[in-house]
Write a protein that binds this ligand. Structure first.
Ligand SMILES: [Mn+2]
Length: 476
């Protein structure tokens, strides 16, 4: 495509020449003068002519697909230039503002006279790249600090939460990568272990070994980092760590030498993608695949709480990852066992105002409850799901929503914080309440009565005015 750029400033000309070549066939139109001669002698495609005269363009042999860039540096009106281009038959015209910020009134006046002309602001074009680059340098400084701090350790523990999910597993790999360590010098560990079938499949397919860790083994490590979880989660067993990288709301009650907590990010893998990019670490296909899967899974493929940065990390990782392997890892999440709990929920559940609630009775494993909550969120017309079930002595309540309504974390805190642990994100939350305490607060309820009581809680909560935004505790 041919581009005729009408510019007056050397920096703008040289920059545009650099940027547009070779994708565009660019030439610069300048009035005769020392700048035109100098740039011409330097080999730039310079044409000399008066940009305010029609015949300058007629001579230049323009076609309807010629694109015009007219620099407006604020020193001299570009109206005559725009009129000449228009009268010569130019149709694709852009004004590039390079001077001090455009006065809206001038811009409006220009718009009124030349409605087909599009506006661009050089500073707006430069801003996104520059801001990203500069914030990356802040991340770089932070990453280099913790890299140095971990460098002399013999053994490092990267601790995940008790039932590691794809984000935890991928974050473990990513941090090990950032610390430039192997599986013998940086252990990825968890107090319990991977249980959900698709998470086990991921760990197997990507060969991620999660070592069982006990609180007494903490002291065998020279440095400890937690990813996708903060130390308070371990209930006082881990009062001090060296590094925390997490996307759950920030908690008090522990000491971390370094931390990077960004509660507005959709996954911890998103944060760690930025760390990896900031220090230019080579990302293996395995790590990229794990991280891409983690972002997909933590954001339900961007269906819930997703930040622009999650999309950026996804875009960055996608060409580095094995997308076919991700499809295999996802497999069919549905198992006969899980279907059993989905069936229970569908038989005993209540649907009111796009809120689906169900008590599914006893379950041998906790993951049946969030699985059922996720499952019903796929239903047409469902915006909230609240699924409760009994595992051992506790009632587990999993809450999911589509992320643009009231906060799920606030819901569980509103009803359960006083009798158990309760917290979470805007779009997903969990409460764990000893059955005894649940009955003490809400009465001797059984089966359908529990479903009905939970539906009432939802109705009441969703009709209460939303409180001011505050920091909230986390739970899974
Ligand atoms: Mn996560």
């Amino acid at each position: 495509m041919r581009v005729v750029a009408v510019c007056q400033d050397e920096l703008v000309i040289r920059t545009l020449d650099d940027v547009l070549e070779p994708s565009f066939d660019v030439e610069f139109l300048l009035e005769s003068g020392p700048l035109a001669r100098r740039l011409h002698d330097a080999g730039l495609p310079i044409t000399v002519g008066d940009p305010r005269r029609i015949d300058t363009y007629l001579k230049a042999d323009i076609s309807p697909s010629t694109c015009f860039l007219v620099e407006d540096n604020g020193r001299r009106s570009v109206k005559k230039t725009l009129a000449a281009i228009r009268d010569a038959g130019g149709t694709l015209t852009y004004v590039v503002h390079t001077g001090v910020a455009v006065q809206p009134r001038n811009s409006d006046a220009l718009k009124a006279e030349f409605p087909d002309v599009a506006d661009m602001d050089l500073s707006e074009l430069v801003r996104p790249a520059l801001v990203t680059e500069l914030s990356r340098s802040m991340t770089r400084a932070r990453v280099q600090q913790y890299q140095r701090y971990f460098a002399d350790a013999d053994r490092v523990l990267i601790l995940l939460h008790n039932d590691p999910d794809p984000d935890a597993l991928a974050s473990g790999l990513a941090l090990r990568n950032l610390l430039r360590r192997t599986k013998t010098t940086a252990i990825i560990g968890a107090m319990q272990g991977v249980t959900r079938p698709e998470n086990l499949r991921m760990a197997n397919m990507l060969d991620i070994h999660v070592e069982p860790i006990t609180p007494t083994s903490f002291r065998d490590f020279d440095r400890i980092a937690t990813v996708d979880v903060q130390p308070h989660y371990f209930g006082g067993l881990l009062p001090r760590v060296d590094l925390v990288v997490d996307h759950h709301p920030e908690q008090q009650g522990y000491i971390a030498v370094f931390k990077d907590i960004r509660a507005d990010y959709g996954s911890t893998s998103t944060i760690l993608t930025e760390h990896l990019r900031a220090v230019d670490v080579n990302i293996s296909e395995r790590t990229a695949t794990a991280m891409l899967y983690a972002i997909k899974s933590d954001t339900l493929f961007f269906a819930r709480h997703t930040n622009r940065v999650d999309l950026e990390a996804f875009t960055f990782l996608y060409p580095l990852a094995d997308a076919a392997l991700i499809r295999k890892m996802e497999g069919a999440e549905i198992t006969l066992e899980r279907l059993e709990y989905v069936t229970r929920a569908s038989q005993g559940g209540l649907m009111r105002d796009q809120v689906f609630c169900a008590f599914i009775g006893e379950a041998p494993r906790e993951d049946f409850i969030p699985y059922t909550a996720d499952f019903f969120l796929q239903l047409e017309d469902v915006k909230w799901t609240i699924i409760a079930g009994v595992v051992g002595e506790c009632l587990i309540i999993s809450v999911r929503n589509l992320g643009y309504s009231r906060n799920a974390g606030e819901f569980v805190k509103r009803w359960f914080a006083d009798i158990g642990s309760a917290g979470g994100h805007r779009a997903m939350a969990k409460a764990v309440v000893p059955m005894e305490r649940f009955r003490a607060k809400f009465g001797e309820l059984e089966g359908p009565a529990i479903t009905a009581r939970i539906a009432e809680m939802a109705e009441q909560f969703l009709h209460e005015p939303a409180p001011d935004k505050k920091k909230e505790p986390v739970a899974r």
